[in-house]
Design a protein around this ligand. Structure first.
Ligand code: ADP
Ligand code: MG
Ligand code: MG
Length: 868
């Protein structure tokens, strides 16, 4: 096996092997852009190391060979005393995990080579000692596992009120001694001075950082598989900390918030690596680089254009200028807000860089769902206290909290919180996840808070410099003296950057208004309109709605539903109608039961009439009653108390007896679905009659009758025969079909298809029964442990489990269709609105997906993407 690739050997398609950073460094190298020499150790090597605890055979030799070649090319050896080559050792997984894993810069420095480095830079001792103290600090923290605070405190103590650039060579040399002391004290050993040893240890530390707690948490949040591992990049160092003619920066080729073209980035003079995003000093906007170093600036703009045209997408980049020479250190197709994703996709179409087909594949259903979130009501009375940068859109309201721990604590109590920090760092991740929104007083659109919040689709306002944030006192002060303490409610607008005191009411998003029928007006809504239309034209899957009421049905239709895939009838037994259900259960004679059913029938009929009207000739799949009957009866405890006290009626006593009789240990596996139809004479017949009568009343109505929980064809045949008789008597036509939600039904699909005109996969129950997980209990009981252990990457109730549940569906589709070629197939579980599951439904050849009204646009888009 080959474990090491030179940058000249890789390319951007090798992300699985080289990680995103390595693959794109190789791509830039091969485009002829100024990338320092380097090579990448593959993620295969990392996986081997994580699985066995040792690096694979041959890795050391390959690394040595590549390092030799790099040394020859550069004319200096790693850590060479009089003229050292230095390298960075950088993590880089397939999917970007900003700041989650480790990187160590300036590897190769020791007490000798620090002098050689100063000589290289024309006798610049300050620069050499600054680089050396950075090495010990980063190496100490990430490789040796020393608490980074210890170094920070020593540095802050030395700086006092000065900035790091004010420290002179002597002070920095002293700091190196202090840092070495910290290492000795904390580890009982001296800082390792052998350059190759430094490099080897750093590589393993990067491998290990894959399993750092914050990396694990991030992967879970972003649904990145736990077993990918990270590649490691070894890159010749270039220096932004040599002096004021040097510096480091980050940039986007377009605004990641809106998609607009322009110059978006931050630059910091005389700085290295993370300085620019860590907020240690205030950065300057990238435009100002033109004034400082016009030559590098022009070259940078040229490279940004090259990258956009090459990747045909928004890119973000990291660069460093060393004494007037520009170096590219990273690029990738950049994260962006949901709104920017739609705008950029259509802009690129208009620029002729991509086709409309590609534009549809460039946006996701999750992004569309984000755009459907509410926003602040512009007419509401608001008390604006400050304005920061609009880092990640949305409208968030919550209690201000000033630490990640408090954010987690309060949100676990069910409270909405806004996490307020000066700046965030990767250790704040848990708090960021727990918060409704994030507010920082420092850092720009490329700061940690901004990048991570955008990735999570979480509202964020950053760099609100007018705010004085005091985390220790748990409060902040705004201009004019307004003080907000922990627990005070604030509202933040990630679209405008505004911060308000108190709760601001929210209203529908413009995208929702568009789906409700408003004309597309702004750029974003026009982009959504173009993309969703194209997705509709491309998709093969139909999209239906799960809707039980005329209001939901009407909304679903406006949102583009082509029918109802699941109309549950259980709500038709609730409210005032409960009494009729009680009568039905208590009936001791046939006549009593029939009387109760007769009373229910006209009510059901009028429900159906309204839904048929709302759907105006589109098909409506009606599921006959599914839940166990005791769900409609009074609670057993309440009723017992009532009966035990004086004054309970005769009916209460009989009801209690019935509730006790109907009580089940496992109600979800009990008397429900088709079993009710078989056990309670006349119940299903009443429902079918109500459907038939309603259909007669609404011209063009297209009812489809769906029997739940069938496991054996015999069950279905019995119910179907009765339903067919009733329909024939009424002279109404309707399809009769079944849900496939019991594994046995999937496995005997060819038999069942003989009696069913359609199947609808009820994947909530099917998942529950295939895994043996009670869907009402497991999420809190043990799913988080299962997610930690990587038993699944995402809950199977959220995204369809292709391997197991998916296999049952495949069998049922194949065998059902071979028994009845025109069998109509759909899905009506929650999964019908989940992007990944929609792709699965397309792949196995279903005819439609059905989901809740608000997910319909998402399903339309994803069905289009699946077909392209
Ligand atoms: P991350 O994945 O967290 O962005 P990186 O590996 O990109 O971490 O490195 C952290 C910082 O160090 C970045 O700002 C990067 O540009 C800088 N850096 C990495 N390698 C070098 C190098 N060889 N020379 C100069 N700066 C470097
Ligand atoms: Mg980086
Ligand atoms: Mg079910």
């Amino acid at each position: 096996a080959k474990y090491v690739y030179d940058f000249t050997e890789g390319n951007r398609n090798l992300k699985d092997l080289l990680g995103g950073k390595g693959a794109n460094l190789a791509e830039m190298t091969n485009l002829g852009l100024p990338v320092p020499p380097g090579f990448t150790i593959t993620a295969d090597a990392c996986r081997h190391y994580l699985a066995t605890g040792a690096t694979p055979d041959g890795l050391d030799r390959e690394v040595a060979e590549h390092l030799d070649a790099m040394e020859k090319r550069m004319g200096r050896r790693l850590g060479q005393a009089d003229d050292p080559l230095l390298v960075s050792v950088r993590s880089g997984a397939k999917f970007s995990m900003p700041g989650m894993m480790e990187t160590v810069l300036n590897i190769g420095l020791n007490d000798e080579s620090v002098h050689g480095l100063a000589k290289q830079a024309g006798g610049n001792d300050r620069f050499a000692w600054d680089s050396y103290r950075r090495l010990i600090q980063m190496f100490g923290k990430t490789v040796l596992g020393i608490d980074g605070e210890l170094f920070e405190r020593a540095l802050d103590g030395l700086k006092g009120r000065r900035q790091d650039t004010d420290l002179d060579a002597g002070e920095l040399q002293g700091l190196v001694e202090t840092f070495k002391g910290i290492v000795r004290e904390q580890t009982g050993r001296d800082f390792p001075t052998d350059p190759r040893e430094q490099m080897r240890l750093a590589v393993m530390a990067v491998f290990d950082s894959w399993n750092a707690p914050r990396a694990i948490l991030y992967r879970r949040q972003e649904r990145i598989p736990a077993d990918l591992g990270t590649a490691v990049n070894i890159v010749a160092m270039v220096f932004g900390n040599v002096g004021d003619d040097s510096g480091t920066g980050v940039a986007f080729t377009r605004d990641p918030g809106s998609g607009r073209q322009g110059i978006y980035g931050d630059y910091l003079q005389n700085a290295q690596g993370e300085d620019v995003v860590a907020g240690i000093r205030n950065t300057i906007p990238l435009e100002e680089l033109e004034r400082l170093d016009k030559h590098s600036y022009d070259e940078l703009l040229g490279i940004m254009e090259t990258l956009e045209n090459h990747y045909r997408d928004l890119c973000d980049i990291e660069f460093t200028i060393e004494r007037g020479k520009l170096w590219m250190l990273q690029t990738r197709v950049g994260k962006r807000t949901a709104a920017a994703a739609f705008c950029i996709a259509t802009q690129l179409v208009d620029q002729g860089l991509i086709t409309l087909d590609e534009a549809v594949t460039r946006v996701t259903g999750d992004q569309l769902a984000q755009l459907m979130f509410p926003r602040f009501d512009s007419d509401a009375d608001k008390r604006r206290i400050a304005k920061g940068m609009n880092a990640s859109p949305g409208a968030a309201v919550g209690k201000a909290v000033f630490s990640s721990e408090r954010a987690v604590e309060l949100s676990e109590r069910g409270e909405d919180v806004i996490l307020v920090r000066r700046e965030t760092n990767p250790d704040d991740l848990a708090g960021m996840i727990a918060a409704r929104g994030i507010l920082t007083s420092r850092g720009g659109k490329t700061s940690h808070a901004a990048v991570v919040a955008r990735g999570m689709g979480k509202t964020c306002v950053c760099g609100a410099e007018e705010l004085e944030v005091s985390p220790d006192e748990r409060r902040f002060t705004a201009p004019g003296g307004t003080t907000v303490s922990e627990g005070d409610v604030i509202s933040i607008d990630g679209t405008t950057g505004e911060i308000f005191l108190g709760e601001v009411p929210v209203v529908d998003s413009a995208v929702v208004e568009y789906f409700e029928g408003a004309e597309p007006e702004d750029e974003l809504v026009r982009a959504v309109d173009r993309i969703i239309r194209h997705a509709d034209a491309a998709r093969r899957l139909g999209v239906r709605a799960n809707a039980d009421t005329p209001e939901d049905a009407a909304r679903a239709r406006r949102f583009g539903a082509q029918g109802i895939g699941l109309c549950r009838t259980e709500h038709m037994f609730l409210g005032e109608r409960r009494k009729l259900v009680e009568d039905l259960v208590l009936a001791s004679a046939d006549e009593e039961r029939q009387a109760a059913l007769d009373a229910l029938e006209p009510l059901q009929k009028s429900d159906f009439v309204e839904i048929f009207r709302a759907m105006d000739g589109d098909p409506v799949t009606i599921r006959l009653i599914d839940p166990p009957l005791h769900e409609f009866l009074p609670d057993i405890v309440d009723l017992s108390v009532k009966v035990a006290t004086e004054g309970a009626s005769e009916k209460d006593r009989r009801l209690l007896a019935a509730v006790k009789r109907l009580h089940e240990q496992n109600p979800m596996l009990g008397l429900r679905g088709v079993r009710l139809g078989l056990v309670i004479p006349g119940l299903f017949a009443m429902q079918v009659r109500a459907i038939a009568q309603a259909a007669k009343e609404v011209p063009g109505a297209r009812p489809e009758i769906m029997i739940p929980l069938v496991a054996a064809v015999q069950e279905l045949e019995y119910v179907r025969d009765e339903a067919e008789r009733i329909l024939a008597e009424a002279g109404v036509e309707a399809l009769i079909g079944t849900m496939i939600e019991v594994p046995r039904a999937a496995l005997t699909a060819s038999r069942i298809a003989e009696a069913a005109q359609f199947f609808s996969f009820g994947t909530n129950d099917l998942t529950q029964m295939a895994w043996g997980f009670s869907r009402d209990d497991v999420e809190s009981a043990f799913f988080s442990r299962y997610l930690d252990l990587g038993i699944f990457g995402v809950s199977p109730f959220e995204t369809l489990d292709r391997e197991g549940v998916g296999r049952l569906i495949e069998i049922a589709v194949r065998e059902g269709r071979s028994a009845r070629p025109d069998l109509h197939l759909g899905i009506c579980g929650e999964h019908g609105g989940d992007p990944d599951s929609v792709h699965f439904c397309h792949d196995v050849g279903l005819d439609y997906v059905s989901c809740s009204p608000f997910r319909i646009p998402v399903a339309r888009l994803e069905a289009g993407r699946a077909a392209l």
